[in-house]
Design a protein around this ligand. Structure first.
Ligand code: AMP
Length: 418
């Protein structure tokens, strides 16, 4: 029979061999976020389309090309979330968390959808974790968020990350920069791609995002945003970098880092890895002081980041299965009459917190031993007619080959003491 159905391109099944690693990752992320005082938020998978078009920006690649949008039966345009900051802010406003003077620290770990051209590290359904610190306009908050991202990547085992930081300034500085950039690019207009020509009118800063080699070369002489910053913006940026220096977080200033989303103000940052090829960004974020107001909340400054889990896994490469030190039992029996007691025994071990498997195919002892090996069991508990008769079991340590007979009454405490 042919296999008629395959997972959609750019989506992935996670099989039991994969999910163990996912759970390890997820545990590190949850633990660290909570240690740092961030509380978890989970929002629905779909939202009104307008939430994304208004926040991320009509011109962004996400909104203009990548959203999975559909009209539901009541003629409402809905979109599978392509990012998580806007839904988090929607929830923040909806649940009246925007109280004056409050500092709200939220984190998420969830699935997103973008209709991208699939390739290594670029999927259509993928997972991000991220943090949003809402309420503080001060540079120490930007620094805390960047350091948190670094701390998690470090705990997950990412070696050699590069932290890139920039500032896109407040609206005032950005306006000045925008006009300098337009003055610089207008005489070069004919050398720009069609998209960049359009952006020259609508959103010239986005041209700095280009991956086109010719445009990148043209932009090497472009004006530097740092020269257009007002003194508050410059001070903010210097303070953020000062905090990073103080903590020994190596970083580079990357004055073209505007990031593809429209809502950033002041700090933007990205963490990249040399180990993932073309899609080298593991994490991206920045400050977005105007977004909450744009979405109908009270004016509230905020800063956050999002990191892609699949991409981090790619950066880390295939990790060899770690041999767990935890006891994992496989019950082996040679006797059909032992099946009932074996079933009861498995239940008792599990109730006592001992990982336990046994065969329900009634295979040979040899096949059961092979299966135990395949499952990476640490010990076999062997129960045959003889053991049932004297109420005992043989416990075999797979690593050392050592085998002992243990009375049934002592089995749980024996296994727990290993
Ligand atoms: P963004 O939301 O575009 O700022 O992306 C933040 C992070 O999410 C990136 O640094 C990647 O690690 C990850 N990411 C973004 N798009 C994809 C994708 N299509 N597939 C897998 N990971 C992605």
């Amino acid at each position: 029979m042919s296999k008629s159905f395959q997972a959609i391109k750019g989506t992935k099944d996670l099989l039991p061999v994969d999910t163990a690693r996912w759970r390890e990752f997820e545990a590190v992320i949850h633990d660290t976020m909570q240690q740092w005082g961030f509380g978890e938020i989970r929002t629905p998978i779909f939202e009104k389309t307008e939430l994304f078009s208004r926040s991320v920006g009509e011109e962004s690649d996400i909104v203009s090309k990548q959203m999975y949008t559909f009209i539901d039966q009541s003629d409402t345009s809905l979109t599978l979330r392509p990012e998580l900051t806007a839904p988090t802010m929607r929830a923040y406003i909806q649940h009246n968390m925007d109280r004056e003077g409050a500092l709200t620290k939220l984190y998420y770990m969830d699935t997103l959808f973008r209709q991208e051209r699939p390739q290594a590290g670029r999927l259509r359904q993928f997972n991000q974790f991220g943090a949003e610190a809402i309420g503080s306009p001060h540079p120490e908050q930007d620094a805390e968020v960047i350091v948190l991202a670094c701390a998690i990547l470090n705990k997950l085992g990412v070696a050699n990350p590069t932290v890139l930081v920039n500032t896109v300034g407040s609206s005032e500085s950005r306006e000045r920069y925008r006009s300098e950039l337009v003055n610089f690019l207008t005489p070069l207009k004919n050398e720009l791609s069609e998209t960049s020509q359009k952006r020259l009118k609508s959103n010239p800063l986005r041209i700095l995002d280009t991956k086109d080699k010719k445009e990148v070369a043209l932009l090497s002489d472009a004006p530097d945003i740092l020269n257009c910053l007002n003194s508050e913006d410059l001070h903010h940026f210097e303070k953020v970098q000062g905090f990073l220096n103080e903590l020994g977080i190596a970083h580079e200033c990357s004055n073209k880092l505007v990031r593809g989303l429209d809502y950033y103000t002041r700090t933007t940052f990205e963490i990249t890895s040399p180990d993932v090829g073309a899609q080298n960004a593991l994490c991206g974020g920045g400050r977005y002081d105007e977004l909450i107001e744009q979405l109908g909340g009270k004016p509230t400054p905020a800063v956050g980041f999002a990191a892609g889990i699949e991409r981090i896994m790619l950066a880390l490469g295939e990790k060899q299965d770690q041999t767990t030190e935890k006891v994992m039992v496989y019950i082996v029996t040679a006797s059909e009459s032992a099946v009932d007691s074996l079933f009861r025994l498995a239940n008792k071990l599990r109730q006592n917190g001992i990982s336990t498997s046994f065969d329900t195919l009634r295979r040979s002892v040899k096949a059961q031993m092979r299966e135990a090996n395949r499952l990476a069991a640490t010990h076999a508990v062997i129960v045959g007619d003889e053991e049932i008769a004297d109420s005992s079991a043989k416990v075999k340590n797979f690593k050392t080959g050592e085998q002992n007979t243990i009375s049934m009454n002592d089995l749980v405490s024996h296994l727990k003491s290993l």
